[in-house]
Design a protein around this ligand. Structure first.
Ligand SMILES: Cc1ncc(COP(=O)(O)O)c(C=O)c1O
Length: 334
């Protein structure tokens, strides 16, 4: 029987190999952008809704409320349609405009937080406050709270199991971005149960404070955590063997490079994970099959990171990054 809801199309996403000449490691990308909402977050969003329906916190016809940088809200909009729920997404102006358009198209109600924030400033604390308030005030409403919801990491166990099946010769390392931490926690836990020697690398934007560094604004969307947000319960830092930071320029130039060299449109956070994976392979610090997560697709960022003018205005272009990628991927030296 063909599927009858879009949510039945979640998962079974493809993998794609990227050769790295003259190195002991090669890269495999897990293309989570191929989910119906265009990101890995479809998995955990549906899982959070099912868990809330199962334990009675949410009843049919109820309302779900969530604070989101975009992708979780798109996944929740799909789950709300499947289960006949009302969905209110609490967002800020840091979210990619195309993600907001997509949520609206899928029937979500959008609430922007109030206050003056710079365009590279994430208003997570105010988003969470407003979402919790709406969840408490509206009858039949539940605040999903992805930061502390155990269904967030649980939602990714199936993804790790797909990787184990797809890469039957084994996985040596996994590189993923860290925001709420749900994806790396769920995936690393399952991969390490299968093979305890899998090495995990967590990537956050330079300016994010998850790994104890000083905070400052950044443009990468959906990933990292700004100053002042308490550590999420969805994140188990113990599952990350190596914690690294990537700059907006490294992340975005990598996304742009993959688009025009490989025909692959990835989002900015995925560009960052791929850049760091390649850097570690080139330095001989990762070897064998290195999986990097493509959390979402570049289609959501055509007006920002794939727009030359937008990049130039913010001083985010740097041709040295493309030259470095050429060196790593084509064995060229500049
Ligand atoms: C594009 C993108 N990359 C990375 C992440 C971080 O994932 P996680 O919240 O599972 O740590 C997110 C989360 O929203 C995202 O949307």
């Amino acid at each position: 029987m063909p599927p009858t809801t879009m949510t039945q199309l979640i998962g079974q996403t493809p993998v794609m190999s990227i050769e790295v000449p003259n190195q002991a490691g090669h890269l495999v990308l897990k293309l989570e952008k191929n989910n119906p909402g265009g990101s890995m977050k479809d998995r955990m969003a549906r899982r959070m809704v099912v868990a809330a329906l199962q334990d009675g916190r949410l009843a049919p016809g109820g309302t779900i409320v969530e604070s989101s940088s975009g992708n979780t809200a798109i996944g929740l909009a799909l789950a709300a349609l499947e289960f006949g729920l009302r969905f209110i997404a609490v967002v800020d102006h840091h979210a990619a405009p195309d993600k907001i358009r997509m949520m609206r198209a899928l029937g979500a109600e959008i609430r922007y937080v109030e206050g003056n924030y710079a365009e590279d400033e994430v208003a997570v604390i105010e988003r969470m406050r407003l979402a919790a308030q709406l969840g408490a005030q509206l009858p039949g409403a539940v605040f999903m709270n992805q930061l502390d919801n155990p269904a967030n990491p649980e939602g990714y166990i199936g993804l790790a199991e797909e990787l184990i099946d797809q890469l039957s010769d084994g996985i040596d390392a996994f590189v993923g971005c860290v925001g709420t931490g749900g994806s790396i926690t769920g995936i690393a836990g399952r991969l390490k149960r299968h093979n305890p020697s899998v090495r995990t690398v967590g990537v956050e934007p330079a300016g994010s404070t998850l790994f104890g560094k000083a905070g400052h604004p950044y443009y990468q969307s959906g990933t990292g955590m700004p100053d002042g947000v308490k550590p999420a319960r969805a994140l188990d830092l113990g599952c990350i063997d190596q914690a690294v930071q990537v700059t907006d320029t490294e992340a975005f130039e990598t996304a742009r490079y993959l688009a025009c060299h490989n025909g692959l449109l990835v989002g900015g956070s995925s560009g960052g994970a791929i850049y760091k994976a390649l850097e570690l392979i080139a330095a001989g610090k990762l070897s064998g099959t290195v999986v990097a997560m493509v959390a979402d697709g570049g289609e959501k960022y055509l007006g920002t990171i794939f727009d030359d003018e937008w990049m130039a205005k913010r001083g985010l272009l740097d041709p040295a990054i493309a030259a470095r990628l050429d060196g790593w991927l084509c064995g060229k030296s500049h």
